[in-house]
Design a binder for this molecule. Structure first.
Ligand SMILES: Nc1ncnc2c1ncn2[C@@H]1O[C@H](COP(=O)(O)OP(=O)(O)O)[C@@H](O)[C@H]1O
Ligand code: SF4
Ligand SMILES: [Mg+2]
Length: 350
C-alpha cells in the first residue's frame, strides 16, 4: 500500500504515520490520524478577530477496513457530521492526517483531490434539503456524471435509468422533480446520485433519521444490498446505537469531539467499557421482555457541554456517574484494552 510520506521528518504527522501500525496493514481503506476540525469564533463587525474556536472534532484516530461498515454514534452536536465532512475534505482539517487508500488527502492539490473525490461520496440526513428542488431527478443523478466526465447524452440517460433501477425506483421517472417523491424515495435518489460516480467509500450521515420508522428498514436493507453488490465501504453515522446495530461491523462512540470507545459490534454491545457507551446502550430496547425488565437504565442528565470550552480532563466527567477526582484532572488515553477494543476512561468496564 502506497503511503505518501510527508516531506519533513519534523512534521508531527510524519511521526504519527510512522508510529501507527494500522497504516501499513493494507486492509485499511481509510486511516484517520489525530484529526482536528476547529471552527474559528470571531467577534467584531469591521475588524473581525478570533476569540476562540468551536472544537467540533478534537483529535481522533481510527481506521476503516475495505468493505466494512464502521458505525459512528453519539448525541447531536458531538462532531459526527464534521468528522464525515473533514474526511471527505469538504472542510479543510485544522490538523491531522486523512489517508485514503494510502494517499494523504489533506496535502493533495486541486486536480488530484478532484480525482479522489470521485472515490468518496456522502449521503445526507435530509434527502429533501440535499436535492435541488428545481432540478429533475435525471439532472440530479446525471450531474456528477458530467462533472467527472463519465457519460454524456444518450449514454448518460441510460446510466441514470440504470441507477434508478438499482435503487428500486422507476427508471422512467427521470423528468420528475424531488417534491413528487416520498421521503424514502427521495433518499433513494440521493443514494443513486452518490452511486453515479462508482465510489468505493460512502459517508452515510444519518440517512434514515428523517424517515418514517416504517421505511427506515427498507433504506438500510438497500444500503446493505448495494454494499455487497458494489463492494462499498461505509462510515455510517447515527445518533443512537439501535440504528447502527444491524448494519455495522464495528462501532465508534463519539463524545464532544473525541472518540471514547471503538470496538467490533458484538463486543461493544455485549461489553461496553465506557460509561457513555453504557448509557447510550441502556436506551436501546431489548426484544426479550424478561431481560428488558431486569435492565438498569442509565439516564443521561443535561446536554452535551459546549465544544468551545469543553470540560477539563475527561470531557464526560460532568455527566458521568462513575467520575472520581482524577477524571476532571487527567484526560484518559484512548487505550486498546482488549484486541480491537479501544476506550478512553480511567475506570473502564462494568
Ligand atoms: N460550520 C460550522 N461552524 C461553526 N460551528 C460548527 C460548524 N459545523 C458544526 N459546528 C459545531 O460543531 C459541533 C459539532 O457539530 P456536528 O458535527 O454537526 O455534530 P453532530 O453531527 O454530531 O450532531 C456543534 O457544536 C456544532 O454547532
Ligand atoms: S474517565 Fe471518569 S468521568 Fe470519564 S468516563 Fe471514565 S469514569 Fe467517567
Ligand atoms: Mg450531524
Amino acid at each position: 500500500m502506497a503511503v505518501t510520506t510527508p516531506t519533513k521528518p519534523a512534521d508531527p504527522d510524519y511521526v504519527r504515520l510512522r508510529s501507527t501500525a494500522t497504516v501499513d496493514s493494507g486492509k485499511n481503506l481509510l486511516d484517520v490520524k489525530a484529526l482536528k476540525m476547529h471552527f474559528p469564533l470571531t467577534q467584531g463587525i469591521i475588524f473581525q478577530r478570533q476569540v476562540g474556536a468551536v472544537r467540533a472534532v478534537d483529535g481522533i484516530d481510527f481506521f476503516v477496513e475495505k468493505g466494512e461498515t464502521l458505525g459512528l454514534v453519539g448525541e447531536s452536536g458531538c462532531g459526527k457530521s464534521t468528522t464525515g465532512r473533514a474526511i471527505l475534505q469538504l472542510y479543510k482539517p485544522t490538523a491531522g492526517a486523512v489517508l485514503f487508500d494510502g494517499v494523504e488527502l489533506t496535502k493533495l492539490g486541486g486536480e488530484a483531490m478532484r480525482k479522489m473525490r470521485r472515490r468518496m461520496q456522502m449521503i445526507f440526513q435530509d434527502p429533501y434539503a440535499s436535492l435541488n428542488p428545481r432540478m429533475t431527478v435525471g439532472n440530479i443523478i446525471g450531474e456528477p456524471l458530467e462533472v467527472h466526465d463519465l457519460a454524456r447524452g444518450k449514454e448518460k440517460t441510460e446510466r441514470v435509468q440504470e441507477l434508478l433501477r438499482v435503487v428500486g425506483l422507476n427508471p422512467y421517472f427521470t423528468n420528475r422533480y424531488p417534491h413528487e417523491f416520498s421521503g424514502g424515495q427521495r433518499q433513494r435518489i440521493g443514494i443513486a446520485r452518490a452511486l453515479a460516480v462508482e465510489p468505493e467509500f460512502i459517508v452515510c450521515d444519518e440517512p434514515i433519521s428523517a424517515l418514517d420508522v416504517s421505511i427506515q428498514a427498507q433504506v438500510i436493507n438497500l444500503l446493505e444490498e448495494l454494499q455487497d453488490r458494489f463492494k462499498l465501504t461505509y462510515l455510517f453515522i447515527a445518533h443512537d446505537l439501535s440504528v447502527v446495530r444491524h448494519i455495522s461491523d464495528r462501532v465508534a462512540v463519539m463524545y464532544l469531539g473525541k472518540i471514547v470507545e471503538l470496538a467490533d459490534r458484538v463486543d461493544l454491545y455485549e461489553r461496553p467499557l465506557h460509561p457513555y457507551s453504557q448509557a447510550l446502550l441502556s436506551a436501546v430496547p431489548i426484544p426479550d421482555p424478561a431481560v428488558e425488565s431486569k435492565r438498569k437504565r442509565i439516564i443521561l442528565t443535561g446536554d452535551v457541554p459546549s465544544p468551545v470550552n469543553p470540560p477539563s480532563g475527561c470531557r464526560f466527567h460532568t455527566r458521568c456517574w462513575k467520575a472520581q477526582q482524577i477524571c476532571s484532572e487527567v484526560d484518559p488515553e484512548f487505550i486498546e484494552h482488549e484486541p480491537r477494543h479501544w476506550a478512553a476512561c480511567h475506570f473502564p468496564g462494568a
